[in-house]
Structures are given as C-alpha cells and as structure tokens.
Write a new protein. Structure first.
Length: 168
C-alpha cells in the first residue's frame, strides 16, 4: 500500500435507515441498519456503535450524506444536521477522516457546520453525480424510506430544477 492510497467508506444517514458501503478485499460491501431516528438520537448512536465494528482498518476517509435531519426530533433542519454530524465525529471517526457531502461538494467538519443548509438532504446530489459520470441522457429515480427524487441527466450532467426537496 502506498502512502497516497486512500480507502473510502460511504454513509447515508436517513430518518429510517443508515447505510454504509466500502470495498474490502476487492469486494463491495453494503450494510444497512434500521434506524428509526424519530425515536431519538439514541437510535443513531446505537447504529454507529454497531457500524464501527464492520469498518476495516484500511478505511482512511468517510464520506457522509444525510436526510435524517428531516425527522421531528430536531428543532430545525440545521439543528438536525449539526447533531448528526457531531454524533458521527464522536462515535465513528475523527474530523480529519470525515467529509460531508453538500451542494458545494465534500466539506470538512468546520465547513459543514458553517454550511448546514447545503449539507441537509444532499444525498440525491451525490448519487446522481456518480451516475452522471457513467451515463448520459437518462432518468435517475432515488426512492428512499422518507424521500423520492426523479432527476434528469443529460450529456452535460445533472439537470437541476431546484436544490431543495420542495423546489424539485
């Protein structure tokens, strides 16, 4: 393994499930846990404690998307983003290894906390941008437990009709 080698884990922290994906021994590993976040942060913390036991020690970066901030236990979306981010740093990894997907790209802990509105519900951007790198002129449908997005990808990439759930 070279010094510049970097192994990523991808996370999607939703209001009903937490998903984790990484490559181990050349195989794509995907894990999903039920996480009824509307019951409280203890649900998410329990999942984080389980998940860390699954992560290989070769993982050097954790990239996170979320929609969990939408559940009713949070005072606002910004409050939810902040609490989820801080729990992730406390229970999963340190801030140097964590990046948070946003409408501005991957952000560090400090950047994410200063741009919570861009981090909130940015999961659709991450998925559609990955698809747009490999497919042109297609429709992307992302059906989650709590949200659904139908997005158009053309030869120029993702066609954005809005950045928020409401605008799309």
């Amino acid at each position: 393994m070279t010094e510049s080698y970097c192994q990523f884990a991808g996370w999607d922290i939703g209001g009903a499930h937490v998903k984790l994906a990484f490559v181990k021994d050349g195989q794509l590993i995907i894990r999903q846990w039920d996480c009824p976040l509307w019951k409280g942060m203890e649900e998410l913390i329990s999942v984080f404690k389980l998940a860390v036991n699954e992560i290989p020690n070769t993982i050097t970066k954790h990239n996170v998307t979320m929609t969990g901030e939408l559940v009713d236990i949070f005072a606002s979306h910004d409050d939810g983003v902040e609490k989820i981010i801080l729990a992730f740093i406390e229970y999963v990894t340190n801030q140097e290894k964590a990046r948070f997907f946003s409408s501005k790209g991957l952000l560090t802990l400090e950047q994410a906390l200063n741009n919570k509105e861009c981090v909130a519900s940015a999961n659709w951007i991450a998925s559609s941008q990955l698809l747009a790198m490999n497919m042109k002129n297609t429709v992307f449908v992302d059906i989650g437990s709590t949200t659904t997005d139908v997005l158009h990808i053309n030869e120029n990439g993702l066609v954005r009709n809005g950045m928020t759930d409401f605008d799309r």
